[in-house]
Write a protein of this length. Structure first.
Length: 86
């Protein structure tokens, strides 16, 4: 099974300490939420991320499987949005 790309949205803005719990994912703030995105090798890796979210007491508000192109496109838009506010 090839790697799959995911976007996982959790409630709140995660600080650096929380973000280190997800070393294989990129984190970006979107509104009052944090979106974790990246490729996971298999379903077990996805379940591992979801278990960490639960263990940390974070509220999962969205999980979406995306294509590689969608993932890159969303990340580029997020960077452009961030630069617009600098």
């Amino acid at each position: 099974m090839p790697q799959q790309n995911y976007e996982i949205r959790v409630r709140g803005r995660l600080g650096g300490t929380f973000r280190t719990a997800f070393p294989s994912l990129r984190a970006r703030t979107q509104g009052n939420d944090t979106v974790l995105s990246g490729s996971l090798v298999d379903r077990a890796a996805l379940y591992g991320v979801l278990a960490i979210i639960e263990t940390l007491g974070l509220k999962l508000i969205g999980l979406q499987q995306v294509t590689g192109l969608e993932l890159v496109s969303r990340m580029v838009r997020a960077v452009h949005h961030h630069i617009a506010y600098i």
